[in-house]
Design a protein around this ligand. Sequence first.
Ligand code: NAP
Length: 345
Amino acid sequence: MAIPVSRATERAAAAPARPTRVAVAGATGYAGQELVRLLARHPAVTLTAAMSSGASSAPRPLPSLRRIWDGAATPLDIERLASDADVVFLALPEAASAEIGAALLQRGVRVIDLSGAFRIRSGADRQRWYPATATLPDGVVYALPERHAGAIRSARLASCPGCYPTAALLALEPLSAAGLLEGSIVIDAKSGISGAGKAPSERTHFCENHGSVAAYGVFSHRHTAEIEQELRTSVTFVPHLVPLDRGILETLYVSLRRGTAEAHVAAAMQEAYAATPFVRLTGAELPEIKHVAHTNFCDIGWRIDEGRGRLVLVAVLDNLLKGAAGQAVQNMNIMLGIDERTGLL
Ligand SMILES: NC(=O)c1ccc[n+]([C@@H]2O[C@H](COP(=O)([O-])OP(=O)(O)OC[C@H]3O[C@@H](n4cnc5c(N)ncnc54)[C@H](OP(=O)(O)O)[C@@H]3O)[C@@H](O)[C@H]2O)c1
């Protein structure tokens, strides 16, 4: 299927008079380095600071970004983030995001957070999964651009969805909105190891995952709460680690309302995504991680068993781009009122 004409083109307003100043906290992490790579080449912004945790006081170069960005990551400095940037990206562990995000909002800076700190609206669920965020500040928007562009435009803090929820919600929300889902939803998800961040653990150690595939977090993964919040129904979500550096593939098994045909599914998906630049519908051609690695695309395909009312969808994305840094830049473009493809295509 051809890449659709962008809804963003209609949305795009005039570019801002001067480049917007942006900064990245967590720039030495996996998602943060992708942010620096994207923002350094972005035509509408100037990258004014990239910061590490501050654990080391020496500035650290980012060797993989040489000639793309030749600066050095400096230790975390909240005052400098606030004074040197109009928009700050947080690619931090959620407890750090909870604290730094709130501090930046108080100083009038717009924030785009990649962590889970600001995603959960229910106080009880947030207390369970993200206890560092006692309250949600005003102006927080759950920022899945394909679904919430209007609210994102005026957000003070865009809380980017998790990598697994992004794929699951993009696949399921159009069907849910069209009233086609009935009964259980099973999300079988497989992720490359960079989804766990750069700090090694026994689970993510090369010798543990090379040549193996393992389920984890069954009935205890915090992304379940996020998916259920957005879909407003319960799901069975089982993530797996696969021996890839990056990429997510989700196979979603759903029961359909009686009488649902392939044409209903296709119409719901096309209506949702015909004018969006980063969701590519592949229909019966099921997508693969290789098709989206190193891109901001989410590809979604499906096969239906009309007689038994069963649908299987497959959704793929790059966890570090559409699942993290790319989606964050897409959100920034929407917040700035420019074409959401800028710097991403
Ligand atoms: N990886 C993914 O696929 C993915 C996808 C979606 C969302 N996310 C979310 O994005 C965030 C970053 O993920 P990641 O995978 O890039 O993590 P990561 O590779 O572990 O990097 C973490 C970054 O945060 C910095 N940092 C650590 N503790 C800090 C603290 N207390 N204060 C300030 N900075 C601190 C680190 O600096 P040092 O280098 O100095 O340690 C590093 O720059 C997480 O919240 C994660 O859940 C990740």
